[in-house]
Design a protein around this ligand. Structure first.
Ligand SMILES: *Cc1c(COP(=O)(O)O)cnc(C)c1O
Length: 350
């Protein structure tokens, strides 16, 4: 860890091999399922050198101990696996689809007692915390862009000894570092903004306590949720440009949102005022908007260098609380004028 430099420097310098003559500047991909015995890795389900390099870099950025997984959902399931049977869990009414479905499944089989509260309703979260065991936060939420007061919620969770996790996929450490506000764990879909090129699936859990991090690592080994060395290499390469990409995507988001506000073709714009993701509710045919663009790509997921848009309710598992006409916008790094011209003409067609 390099506490004295700026985080954008850490994103470039952390997780490199030692500076020894002729050592490679990047950690090489090692295609091996097993390693000579009595070293730190031993078997590829337990880790690989590129994963360790990525974990070092992400851990430095989030101020904790990182463990990578084969997807964001694999990382989420490792956390859910550690919640004792019978626990009372508070979660946002609108949380990431896969997590929402898993929480509901656990509640239906009486493994947990689930309390759903809208993320922005801080008072209700604070009121429920004294009776709770676990707090699941996501801010801003996917795809509604609801913001939680994570600072207040995490402080109260600490007071009541409630274990907490923050899904930080949308904010990334560029904008918020929940472990420094008292969160026990941070969850990432590395698939999205952190890797940034829509070319891999990966997840991560970052814990402040090394013992909790070790429990998470054991979950990964037992669930068999290790990402490949190649994916770890791509993710680390993507992470090197996180700050550059985020800055450009966020400035694009601000340009597009400012044009959409007050546009009569759009009934609502959801944007926290920062970040790279927005959502709009359109007056016309939302599917037709998605199918009418040439620069924006009609595809699911988010956080890549290419701008994506998608009507979320086309997924049968998406929550009914998400409006039918809601389109999620993921801003890439193209020129904002081209993005606007393209979206403007798609809105006209619909
Ligand atoms: C995509 C996403 C996930 C799940 O991650 P995968 O890598 O798709 O498994 C979890 N949380 C949020 C907020 C997401 O956007």
């Amino acid at each position: 860890m390099e506490p004295r430099v700026h985080p954008s420097t850490t994103a470039v310098t952390a997780g490199r091999p030692p500076r020894i003559p002729d050592n490679p500047v990047n950690t090489p991909i090692v295609p091996a399922s097993t390693f000579h015995a009595e070293g730190p890795t031993e078997y590829a389900r337990e880790g690989n050198p590129t994963a360790a390099a990525f974990e070092e870099a992400l851990g430095a950025l989030e101020h904790g101990h990182a463990t990578v997984f084969s997807s964001g959902m694999a990382a989420a399931n490792a956390i859910l696996d550690l919640i004792p049977i019978g626990s009372t869990v508070i979660a946002p009414t609108n949380t990431y689809t896969g997590v929402a479905v898993r929480l509901k499944e656990l509640a239906e089989r009486s493994a947990i007692n689930l309390i759903l509260i809208p993320a922005p309703d801080t008072q209700a979260i604070l009121a429920a915390l004294p009776q709770a065991d676990f707090l699941w936060l996501e801010s801003p939420t996917n795809p509604m862009l609801d913001e939680a007061d994570i600072q207040k919620c995490l402080a109260a969770a600490q007071t009541h000894k409630v274990i907490s996790v923050v899904d930080n996929t949308f904010a990334t450490p560029v904008t918020q570092r929940p472990l420094t506000m008292g969160a026990d764990m941070v969850l990432h879909s590395v698939t999205k903004i952190l890797s940034g090129h829509s070319d891999l699936l990966m997840g991560a859990v970052i814990a402040s306590d090394p013992q909790r991090s070790e429990q998470i690592r054991i979950r990964r080994i037992l669930l068999g949720a290790m990402p490949s060395a190649f994916d770890c290499f791509l993710a680390l390469r993507g992470l090197r440009t996180l700050y550059l990409r985020y800055e450009k995507s966020e400035s694009n988001a601000r340009v597009i949102v400012s044009k959409l506000l007050g546009d009569s073709r759009v009934s609502r714009v959801r944007y926290p005022g920062w970040g790279t993701i927005a959502a709009i509710e359109v007056e016309g045919d939302a599917d037709l908007v998605c199918k009418s663009t040439n620069i924006w790509t009609y595809a699911t997921s988010l956080g890549g260098v290419e701008s994506l848009l998608e009507r979320r309710r086309r997924w049968s598992l998406e929550s009914e609380t998400v409006p039918e006409n809601l389109i999620r916008l993921s801003l890439g790094i193209e020129h904002p004028d081209d993005l606007w011209t393209d979206l403007d003409s798609a809105l006209n067609k619909a």
